[in-house]
Design a protein around this ligand. Structure first.
Ligand code: 5GP
Length: 214
């Protein structure tokens, strides 16, 4: 830590949105631009899609292992989404927050509600909305990783998922063809949250040193 850097708690930045609204792309872009921001790798019981790497996109685990993790309190939150189980491993997130490093996580509204209780003030939540339903459907079809049936199921769930926007601290509309604007908005949120007084746990010491001429 340099002389003027003030110790702070890390932030758990959660991005949620209906599938296809662009949160995964925004997340990757944010991490590529910010050395202090790492992705939380979730566990899931769903099968890997083409191109997905175990340990990078998800930790792909069995239903038995998932249930064991829940029972042992190894997950900060967990939920069933589209019939598969998902959860956020507790240990890496807690270690990062304690060390003042920020974590970004792409989870659904059920998980975000649980994190409000478990990580409290360390949580900053952002809801990403698509500009229109047509744009959402276009993105889901373009992804072409899922069967037509799965795309339909995801579309049907989207309107329901969108109803959770009031539970989030910030809401960003991811305009078509303007990924850059969305990324910049979330970067601005992160920049402001990093200097929040409560998060800067070294502030009192710093000001005391300042006042005593140190
Ligand atoms: P997908 O299977 O398309 O990767 O993800 C499906 C949904 O599960 C997405 O809405 C994603 O945000 C959510 N999800 C992924 N990981 C987690 C997690 O660890 N916890 C919760 N609650 N949801 C997750």
């Amino acid at each position: 830590m340099s002389g003027t850097e003030i110790e702070r708690r890390g932030i758990l930045l959660v991005l949620s949105s209906p599938s296809g609204a662009g949160k995964t792309t925004i997340t990757r872009e944010l991490v590529a631009r910010d050395d202090n921001l790492r992705i939380s790798v979730s566990v899931t019981t769903r099968l890997p899609r083409a191109g997905e790497v175990d340990g990078q996109h998800y930790h792909f685990i069995s239903r038995e292992r998932f249930e064991e993790m829940v029972a042992k309190g190894e997950l900060l939150e967990h939920a069933i989404v589209f019939g598969n189980c998902y959860g956020t491993p507790r240990a890496p997130v807690e270690a990062a927050l304690n060390a003042g490093r920020d974590i970004i996580s792409d989870i659904d509204w059920q998980g975000t509600q649980q994190l409000k209780a478990s990580v409290r003030g360390d949580l900053v939540s952002v809801f990403i909305l698509p500009p229109s339903l047509a744009a959402l459907e276009e993105r889901l079809r373009a992804r072409a990783q899922d069967s037509a049936e799965v795309v339909c199921a995801r579309m049907a769930k989207s309107t329901d998922e969108m109803s959770h926007w009031p539970e989030y601290d910030y809401v960003v509309v991811n305009q078509k063809n303007d990924l850059e604007a969305s990324v910049q908005r979330v970067q601005a949120i992160l920049a402001a949250e990093r200097v929040k007084r409560d998060r800067q746990i070294g502030l009192a010491d710093f000001v005391n040193r300042l006042r005593s001429g140190g």
